[in-house]
Design a protein. Structure first.
Length: 111
């Protein structure tokens, strides 16, 4: 019989709060596999869905599409596109940080 994990075990393992995990449930990103009394329990498949949801916790539409995709090829295409967008955002932020460093060091900045 497959081991089931309590909501508090899952929250601790993923470094999130129990209310965050409940929010993911409300959004349809993860579902408890079973309940023992009032305690939600999750199987390994639910934990895998949660692992897909975590990197995009601020991008609800992307998260839902990835978690709900049944086809590995579709899921990888979504992830590849999001990864490329993230890398571009990192480049933009790196350039912006360089400008800010320059402004902090620049003696000509009299404002």
């Amino acid at each position: 019989m497959e081991r089931l994990y309590s909501i508090s075990e899952v929250a601790e393992a993923f470094g999130i709060s129990v209310p965050t995990l409940r929010f993911y449930e409300e959004r349809g990103l993860i579902r408890p596999t079973a309940r023992r009394g009032r305690v939600r329990r999750y199987d390994r498949a639910a934990l895998e869905r949660l692992a897909y949801a975590r990197p995009w916790r601020h991008d609800g539409m992307m998260t839902a599409a990835v978690v709900r995709s049944e086809n590995v090829r579709d899921r990888h295409a979504l992830i590849t596109a999001r990864h490329a967008a993230m890398l571009e955002r990192v480049r933009e932020l790196t350039r912006a940080a360089a400008v800010l460093r320059h402004l902090l060091r620049c003696p000509a900045d009299v404002r």
